[in-house]
Design a binder for this molecule. Structure first.
Ligand SMILES: Nc1ncnc2c1ncn2[C@@H]1O[C@H](COP(=O)(O)OP(=O)(O)O)[C@@H](O)[C@H]1O
Ligand SMILES: [Mg+2]
Length: 242
């Protein structure tokens, strides 16, 4: 065990708007941590800073012993952090296998030839898409699109995975399948930071939760404790996401 990821007094402003205000937390190896909060509270901005889409206005972000605060997104992928997006991003005109191949090509340790074919098959198998390897991404159902986006993130061979509302829009058995899939990733050694609103998923998956409200961290701790914290309950009131 050890710290995989650490935010130290991180803030982000867009012009006059403070989207993330002096947020600190750490994530240990092998944890699944939930990042919660009402719409607009700064969750995606936190993921954007960790993954290098935005630089923090102030504060530091550490991956193990490396200060990644000022690294570019491309380099942050190389150190071992991958993400999915709140709005799914895949290549619609390509097959599932081609989508994963394109992601693999981004990784310098990535495979070629026969090894690549096997790796693509294993990744599609991990996310439950192996039978749809040759289906066009544009023909996939919503859950399968999400599976494909996850396979693309896993192709980057990350140690830390950032999921931005990956389970949103799923219900019933699809949600159960999604929860089981994320749990299986932890078993494979991944450390996961999960932005999520779906309470059933949060309770089923997260060891700990961190809660943002209006850019500020208002709670952090074991999932059960955090979800019954009166400040957290209040911050979700009036929010249809809760
Ligand atoms: N690129 C951006 N430019 C300007 N404002 C932004 C940008 N990204 C996010 N914001 C603002 O920052 C705040 C937090 O947004 P976000 O991190 O997306 O919240 P959440 O993911 O918790 O819903 C919002 O007020 C949002 O409008
Ligand atoms: Mg968001």
């Amino acid at each position: 065990m050890g710290n995989m990821l650490g935010l130290c007094h991180v803030s982000k402003s867009f012009g006059g708007l403070v989207a993330v205000d002096n947020v600190s937390f750490t994530i240990e190896e092998g944890e699944i941590v939930g990042l919660l909060g009402p719409n607009g509270s700064g969750k995606t901005t936190v993921l954007n800073m960790i993954s290098g889409s935005f630089r923090p206005t102030s504060g530091e972000i550490w991956y193990k012993a490396t200060n990644i605060s000022r690294m570019r997104a491309h380099d942050i992928v190389q150190v071992g952090i991958a993400r999915t997006f709140q709005l799914v991003r895949v290549l619609g005109a390509f097959t599932c296998a081609q989508n994963v191949a394109a992601a693999l090509a981004f990784h310098p340790g990535g495979a070629f030839g026969r090894a690549a074919v096997e790796r693509i098959e294993r990744l599609l198998d991990t996310v439950g898409l192996v039978l749809k390897a040759d289906a066009l991404a544009s023909d996939l159902t919503y859950i399968d699109l999400k599976r494909l986006e996850l396979a693309r993130a896993l192709a980057l061979d990350p140690s830390v995975l950032l999921l931005d509302e990956w389970l949103a829009g799923l219900s019933g058995t699809e949600l159960d399948d999604g929860i089981a899939l994320i749990r299986s990733l932890r078993t494979q050694g991944l450390t996961i930071l999960l932005v999520e609103h779906v309470m059933r998923a949060i309770r089923a998956l997260c060891d700990r939760c961190i809660v943002l409200s209006s850019a500020v961290k208002i709670a952090e701790g074991a999932t059960g404790d955090v979800l019954s914290d009166p400040r957290v309950v209040t911050s979700y009131l009036g929010s249809h996401d809760a």
